[in-house]
Design a protein around this ligand. Structure first.
Ligand code: URA
Ligand code: SF4
Length: 214
């Protein structure tokens, strides 16, 4: 893949400009089969940025992140944690839906390392505009994009970390130091054998994030 950097307008000043440019991104092959680019959404002055994996089937159709079942669960968990939803911007590590066709069904496929790397410049550009105080890293794909290949969400979730001190490419994030916290992806809660316990553990992690914003 040639990477998203070739599609980012130089000197872009606003999230809306980035979003408009991302609609035409051909930085990797995922744009070919997906319906549309799904850019981040939320307040320009958001203090916390949530980073998921990639849009799902419903997000791909609607063009908005986290509007399907995982999104519903995430919003509930944000409410239960005490984080003000007005302080939240939500985006994904990869901005096109990757799937495999089985008959007429589109089956989610996790993005590969090349897609994560190709799409990462959009995330960098979003952070540079938003200058948040805190990143909430949802699941393994976002962790690969932001915390490096050896980070293990299950081992290190729920802990506030300085960032980008712990990042893979700190030099490309022109932001003052902020904090990051990793937790499980809301889709993993939906798939868990003990959904209630998994949900509570997600909320507990987000409560740690809430204290960082208090
Ligand atoms: N899962 C994600 O990681 N992102 C979305 O936008 C929806 C589901
Ligand atoms: Fe561009 Fe990212 Fe879509 Fe690939 S997934 S085409 S890099 S927006």
């Amino acid at each position: 893949p040639i990477g998203a950097e070739h599609f980012i307008p130089p000197g872009a000043r606003e999230l809306d400009e980035l979003k408009a440019a991302a609609a035409h991104c051909e930085g990797c092959e995922l744009h070919q089969n997906a319906t549309q680019t799904v850019f981040g959404r939320g307040a320009a002055d958001a203090r916390v940025v949530f980073v998921g994996e990639q849009p799902g089937d419903i997000e791909d159709q609607k063009g908005l992140p986290f509007v399907g079942p995982a999104g519903r669960l995430l919003r509930e968990a944000v409410d239960d944690s005490g984080i003000d939803p007005g302080n939240v911007y939500i985006t994904n590590a990869v901005k096109h839906f990757r799937f495999e066709l089985r008959g007429k069904r589109r089956i989610h496929q996790s993005p590969g390392p090349a897609h994560i790397t190709a799409c990462r410049p959009w995330l960098v550009a979003e952070f540079a505009q938003l200058r948040p105080e805190l990143l909430v890293v949802l699941g393994a794909t976002a962790a690969k994009a932001l915390l490096g290949p050896s980070f293990r969400v299950t081992r290190s979730r729920g802990q506030l970390m300085p960032w980008p001190a712990s990042a893979q490419h700190p030099e490309d994030f022109p932001v003052a130091e902020l904090q990051a916290l990793a937790t499980i992806h809301p889709s993993a809660v939906l798939r868990a054998d003990d959904r209630d316990a998994a949900y509570r553990s997600l909320v507990d992690d987000l409560k740690v994030a809430a204290t960082a914003l208090a």
